[in-house]
Design a protein around this ligand. Structure first.
Ligand code: PLP
Length: 437
């Protein structure tokens, strides 16, 4: 399928080098299973599940048909004081994948909205339990929590904040967990658990009773797959309990099987109080996110309001849109019927071993990975991110889609992948590295 080369100016593309892209557009016109096709007919294997969104592969008819049917039946019901059955069905399915006391999901339209919603849930909860002075949030360096003002204020990626200057007050960052001695360690690094003590130091310096919550990506995704050291998440949980903080796991990437378990909470056996999600909730087919909370949080907020009153003054016009719910239900059925989380677990060793074959390449500076997610870092060419940006483009024309952030490639294939797909991803990755020598 062609496109109109004169039609490119109007769309201001997100997180993109607009001027550069428009000179030689990487225009995708079709996707199916593990592949996408560009407008010239080139076939591209999807090594990052698009943006970590499509564990069931592209072009799933079951999802398309469910959305189509829903749109004909009931295209849109707002959720403010009204409802439709799909949202309740989907919320129940999501809760079944979560630890026992997570029985409530608030729907949003993206990961960023999930983070903003979680911030508000936290502040409302602290107020409802008589602890309104707990208004400080903690996050980590090299975190990514989306692009809205709360998420940008929390996140530790400098380029996403320095342009804008203004951020929310009362936020402290603790260190990220990557250390030099972890280079090329597969799975959870053995060193670094003590970095959790940064949280204890903040509590000691500012007073534990002023702290509301800490936001953690169990595996920091967008900054290149930083895997938590053995014992780190347990230590964070312990410090949260000691000082009365809410622990948020931002599972926008790790949720829905990426770790070979339904969520990362099961992989690492550490239970947070709030879990944010998006992306694979609908296999990426329709925008949707969610915030799951424990009974304690839901009950405290809802019971603090008078009978018949709105309990939580927050929501989006498109929260739990019927089309998104239909996509979500169809997606969850696929995950279950095809045992895709189990597939991910079964592929993990093969996938990680394949990624580690790249460690001999002179351009490769580090490899990290766990579950169906690996970060491959290349040596900088002097300008941070330039080599990574060039790699992403070259890979595309070599028939491989990989999401890069700076000089870090984030490889995260769909769980419908077979071994030969993993091999193809690695071959094309190496070929592109070789061309850059
Ligand atoms: N949180 C995490 C951990 C993410 O990885 C992302 C996106 O990659 C977000 C939040 C933001 O999600 P969205 O781009 O859907 O707003």
């Amino acid at each position: 399928m062609a496109y109109d080369a004169n039609s490119l100016e109007s769309h201001w593309m997100p997180f993109s080098a607009n001027r550069d892209f428009k000179k030689n557009p990487r225009m995708v016109v079709k996707s199916d299973g593990m592949y996408m096709w560009d407008y010239k007919g080139g076939q591209i294997i999807d090594g990052s599940s698009a943006l970590f969104c499509t564990p069931a592969g592209h072009g799933r008819r079951e999802i398309a048909e469910a959305v189509y049917k829903q749109m004909l039946e009931n295209d849109y019901t707002p959720h403010f004081q009204l409802g439709h059955p799909g949202s309740f069905d989907l919320a129940e399915r999501v809760c079944r994948l979560l630890p026992d006391d997570f029985n409530h999901v608030f729907f949003t339209n993206s990961g960023s909205e999930s983070i903003e919603t979680a911030i508000k849930v936290i502040l409302a909860y602290q107020r409802a339990r008589g602890e309104a002075q707990r208004n400080r949030l903690i996050s980590r360096e090299r975190a990514y929590h989306g692009v809205n003002m709360g998420g940008v204020s929390l996140a530790g990626m400098v380029r996403n904040r320095e342009t804008f200057g203004l951020t929310l007050p009362n936020i402290s960052l603790i260190r990220h967990t990557w250390q030099e001695d972890q280079r090329f360690s597969k799975g959870q690094p053995k060193t670094g658990a003590e970095l959790a003590m940064d949280l204890e130091r903040i509590a000691e310096n500012l007073g534990g009773s002023t702290l509301a919550a800490v936001f953690i990506e169990p595996v920091a995704g967008s900054t290149g797959t930083l895997v938590p050291p053995v014992g780190y998440l347990e230590k964070v949980r312990e410090i949260c309990d000691k000082h009365g903080l809410i622990l948020v796991f931002d599972e926008v990437i790790t949720g829905f099987g990426r770790m070979g378990t339904p969520f990362a909470t099961q992989k690492f056996n550490v239970k947070p109080d709030i879990i944010t999600m998006a992306k694979a909730l609908t296999n990426g087919a329709i925008p949707m996110g969610g915030v799951a909370v424990t009974d304690e949080i839901y009950d405290t907020i809802t019971n603090s309001a008078p009978d018949n009153a709105i309990e939580f003054f927050h929501g989006y016009t498109y929260s739990a849109h019927p089309a998104a719910c239909a996509a979500g239900i169809a997606t969850q059925k696929i995950y279950q019927d095809e045992g895709l989380f189990e597939n991910a677990a079964a592929l993990e060793d093969y996938f990680l071993d394949a990624m580690w074959t790249l460690q001999d390449h002179p351009l490769v500076a580090d490899i990290r990975g766990i579950g169906m997610m690996a970060g491959i870092e290349v040596h900088s060419d002097g300008a941070p991110g330039r080599r990574g940006g060039n790699m992403q483009k070259a890979m595309f024309w070599n028939g491989l889609h990989i999401k890069w952030t700076g000089d870090n490639a984030i490889v995260a294939p769909a769980f419908v992948a077979e071994r030969h797909h993993i091999d193809e991803i690695v071959d094309k990755f190496r070929k592109t590295l070789d061309q850059a020598l």
